[in-house]
Ligand binder design. Structure first.
Ligand SMILES: [Zn+2]
Ligand SMILES: [Zn+2]
Ligand SMILES: [Zn+2]
Ligand SMILES: [Zn+2]
Length: 306
């Protein structure tokens, strides 16, 4: 349904198509009618009408699916709640004053619908009642991930495969194969902790990708460095792995053993929970050789499967 003229026509046609299949009367008003399920899922005609209804439920302005409460103008043009709040009480199609008219019939049709999860192209098999679909999609394990790069505001989202390519191509992130690593962090002026030095390296192992973050910030007044690992995948998969980090010099050594956090947890959330190897700056400089001129940390690590 395109924005602008002709929308009302579409509504009438779709309604007619819907009624032809004989499912509209059964659905409207009878929430748990036994024909509800069969209308939505069985037979070619059922699927065709489902598509027509799906189009009906598309907001003519933003083209997103409308969820109750669905509003309409006195001429019957429907509108989603979000768009209604933005059009200053004037129907975007016919310019009539909108008022506060609900489209109860369409709301009932919506409540009777069952639709596949929007992430079905990424593998989700769920078929959901219209009104529970949003809640499922917010937590669907196939939903897209945010870019794990923490240095700048990056709004890119995607599945893991896409994000790995994105990190490599757009953020020039170092990629390493293997479950053990030896990483060297060198910084010429370690006094500038407030500059939030940070680095990201990605490790490929066990067929998964792990992000090693290294950064500098303050805990209270104390400047610290922190290294931690995030798992590129869901939380329940992240918990199948463990990792250790080790840093030292001058005969001293700090070690950390932890569980990688899913990249569903924001970089900042992991940092703020201090769930990683914390090195106070004095100790970091001591590990570096002690002349306070340069930070030279060697972080050794290992990832293993529990
Ligand atoms: Zn809308
Ligand atoms: Zn209108
Ligand atoms: Zn899903
Ligand atoms: Zn990015």
């Amino acid at each position: 349904m395109a924005p602008g003229g002709g929308s009302y026509q579409d509504v009438i046609e779709s309604n007619a198509a819907f009624a032809d299949y004989g499912i509209a009367p059964a659905n409207l008003g009878y929430e748990s009618s036994p024909s509800r399920k069969s209308a939505a899922t069985c037979g070619k005609r059922g699927i065709a009408s489902n598509t027509a209804v799906h189009e009906l439920l598309e907001c003519p302005v933003c083209l997103n699916l409308m969820y109750p409460p669905i509003h309409q103008c006195p001429n019957g043009h429907t509108l989603c709640l979000n768009c209604k709040s933005q059009v200053r009480n004037s129907c975007p199609i016919c310019r009539q004053e909108l008022g506060n008219i609900r489209c109860l019939a369409l709301e009932k049709v919506a409540q009777s619908l069952e639709l596949p999860c929007q992430y079905h192209i990424y593998g989700c098999q769920e078929i959901l009642a219209y009104n529970t679909r949003l809640r499922h999609e917010q937590n669907c394990r196939y939903r897209l991930y945010n870019c794990p790069y923490a240095g700048a505001e990056c709004s890119v989202t995607g599945d893991i495969k896409f994000l790995v390519a994105h990190l490599k191509d757009d953020h020039s992130v170092d990629m390493h194969d293997g479950c053990t690593f030896n990483h060297r962090y060198v910084k010429a002026n370690p006094q500038e902790v407030e500059n939030a030095t940070w680095m990201l390296t990605v490790f490929n192992c066990f067929g998964h990708q792990f992000c090693l973050h290294f950064e500098a910030f303050h805990i209270g007044m104390a400047p610290v460095y922190m290294a931690f690992l995030r798992f590129m995948g869901d939380d329940h998969d992240a918990k199948r792995f463990s990792y250790s980090l080790e840093v030292g010099g001058n005969g001293r050594k700090l070690t950390w053993q932890g569980v990688p956090r899913s990249i569903r947890d924001s970089h900042k959330a992991v940092r703020d929970s201090l769930d990683g190897l914390i090195i106070h700056r004095n100790m970091a400089l001591f590990f570096s050789g002690g002349d306070s001129q340069e930070l030279k940390l060697k972080v050794a690590g290992r990832i293993w499967k529990e």
